[in-house]
Design a protein around this ligand. Structure first.
Ligand code: PLP
Length: 380
C-alpha cells in the first residue's frame, strides 16, 4: 500500500502502516491485517483499544455538552479532580488539568519556581519529560536539545545516583524532577536509594520533588501510581498518556505543601478539563483502579520478563509491571521492531539501537502474552 504524506512535517519516523480499527489488544490495518499491540500508543491505550465503557462515556457526554472552557465548572471535571486527588499525595492535594504530559511538566516546573520565587531545576540523565521548552530543558539529551538551543536558563542535569543528587541539590534548587521508572531511555527502574536521596535532598533544601509518572503511572507498573511501590511520596506528580483512554489529557497533582501555589491568572489553557475527556478519564479510572487488574499487571509482568530473558539474543531485561524492555546482545533493535511489525504483525518500539520496549494494554490476556512471545521467538 502506498501512503502519501507530502503534507505532514517530517518529524516522526513513521512506519508505512495505516491503522483503521482497534479492539482490546488488537489493531487492524487498511488491508485487513490483524496486529497484536504491545505498545498501546506508548502507554496510552492502557485499557485496550476502544474499551466499551470509554466509548460509551464519550458518546454520552458528546451528545450532552462538549466544551464550555475554564471560566466555568462542569461535573465531570470536578469529579475527576476529586478522584485524582483522593488517596494520592495526601489530604489537601489539588489538581491542575492539562492537555498533555509536557504541559503537566510545565505546570509542575512553574508551580515549583513560583513557590521558591525562582531557583534552579535539577533533572536526571536518561530522563525524558517532553518537547515544550521547560520540559525539553529538563530532558538532557543533546540530540533533542541542540537544534532548539538555547534552553530555558537554570536547568542542570545529573547522573541518576544518590551521590550525584546529594551533591547537586542545594538551597537554590526549586525542583528536582525525575521519572521513577525512566521510560523513553529504555525502562530503567530507579532504586529506592536514589528516590530516598532525592526526597531527603529536597526536604533539606526546600525544593519540590516532582515525580513524572506520565508513562509509569495509572497502573502501568501494577499500582495506581508507581511511587506507591517506593518509600517516597513526591510533592508534585505529573500524569497524562493513559488517563484519557486515547484522548489527550494530562494533570499535575500538587500535594499539600504546593496545593495553594497557583492563584487566579497564574497559569491556564483553553481545553483542559473538557467534559468529554473527563468522562473518558472516569471510565479509564474505573478500569485501572481495580485491585484485581493491578495484581494481574504485576504477575503478568513478572512472567513476561522471565520469558523474555529466555529468548535467543536477549541480554538484560528490565521493567516493572507491564512497563518492560530488553536489550539485544548484538543490537539491531530498530530492525527487530520493523520486522516484528511487518512480518509478525506485533507492535513494539525501539528506545535505542539495542533496546526493545513493550507496553501492552494492561488488559492483555495470558494467551496474548504467549502469542507475542511466540512471535518474538520466531523473529529472534
Ligand atoms: N513525561 C514522560 C515520562 C513521558 O514519557 C512523556 C512522553 O513520552 C512526556 C512527559 C511528554 O508527554 P506528551 O507527549 O503527552 O507531551
Amino acid at each position: 500500500m502506498t501512503i502519501t504524506d507530502d503534507h505532514l512535517t517530517a518529524n516522526y519516523a513513521r512506519f508505512g502502516v495505516e491503522f483503521v480499527r482497534g479492539e482490546g489488544t488488537r489493531l487492524w490495518d487498511a488491508e485487513g491485517n490483524e496486529y497484536l499491540d504491545f505498545l498501546a500508543g506508548i502507554s496510552v491505550s492502557n485499557v485496550g483499544h476502544c474499551h466499551p465503557a470509554v466509548v460509551a462515556a464519550i458518546q454520552a457526554q458528546a451528545a450532552r455538552l462538549i466544551h464550555v472552557g475554564n471560566l466555568y465548572y462542569t461535573e465531570p471535571m470536578l469529579a475527576l479532580a476529586g478522584r485524582l486527588a483522593r488517596g494520592s499525595l495526601g489530604d489537601g492535594t489539588k489538581v491542575f488539568l492539562t492537555n498533555s504530559g509536557a504541559e503537566a511538566v510545565e505546570a509542575a516546573i512553574k508551580c515549583a519556581r513560583k513557590a521558591k520565587q525562582g531557583g534552579d531545576v535539577v533533572s536526571l540523565h536518561r530522563g525524558f519529560h517532553g518537547r515544550t521548552y521547560g520540559a525539553l530543558s529538563a530532558t538532557p539529551q543533546e540530540s533533542k536539545q541542540a537544534p532548539f538551543a538555547p534552553m530555558v536558563p537554570g536547568f542542570r542535569a545529573v547522573e541518576p545516583t544518590a551521590a550525584a543528587i546529594r551533591a547537586t541539590v542545594d538551597d537554590r534548587t526549586a525542583a528536582l524532577i525525575l521519572e521513577p521508572v525512566q521510560g523513553e531511555s529504555g525502562v530503567w527502574v530507579l532504586g529506592d536509594d536514589v528516590l530516598l536521596a532525592a526526597r531527603e535532598a529536597c526536604d533539606a533544601h526546600g525544593a519540590a520533588l516532582i515525580f513524572d509518572e506520565v508513562q509509569c503511572g495509572l497502573g502501568r507498573t501494577g499500582t495506581r501510581w508507581h511511587f506507591e511501590q517506593t518509600p517516597v511520596v513526591p510533592d508534585l506528580l505529573t500524569t497524562a498518556k493513559g488517563l484519557g483512554g486515547g484522548l489527550p489529557i494530562g494533570a499535575l497533582l500538587a500535594g499539600p505543601a504546593y496545593a495553594e501555589v497557583f492563584a487566579p491568572g497564574d497559569h491556564g489553557s483553553t481545553f483542559p478539563g473538557g467534559p468529554v475527556i473527563c468522562a473518558a478519564a472516569h471510565a479509564v479510572l474505573d478500569v485501572v483502579g481495580d485491585e484485581a487488574l493491578l495484581a494481574r499487571v504485576r504477575s503478568t509482568g513478572e512472567r513476561l520478563r522471565a520469558q523474555l530473558a529466555e529468548l535467543p539474543g536477549v541480554g538484560e531485561v528490565r521493567g516493572a509491571g507491564l512497563m518492560n524492555a530488553f536489550d539485544l546482545v548484538d543490537g539491531g533493535a530498530p530492525d527487530v521492531v520493523r520486522r516484528a511489525l511487518l512480518e509478525e504483525r506485533l507492535v513494539l518500539n525501539a528506545t535505542g539501537p539495542a533496546t526493545v520496549r513493550l507496553l501492552p494494554p494492561l488488559v492483555v490476556t495470558d494467551a496474548e502474552v504467549d502469542e507475542a512471545l511466540a512471535r518474538l521467538q520466531r523473529l529472534l
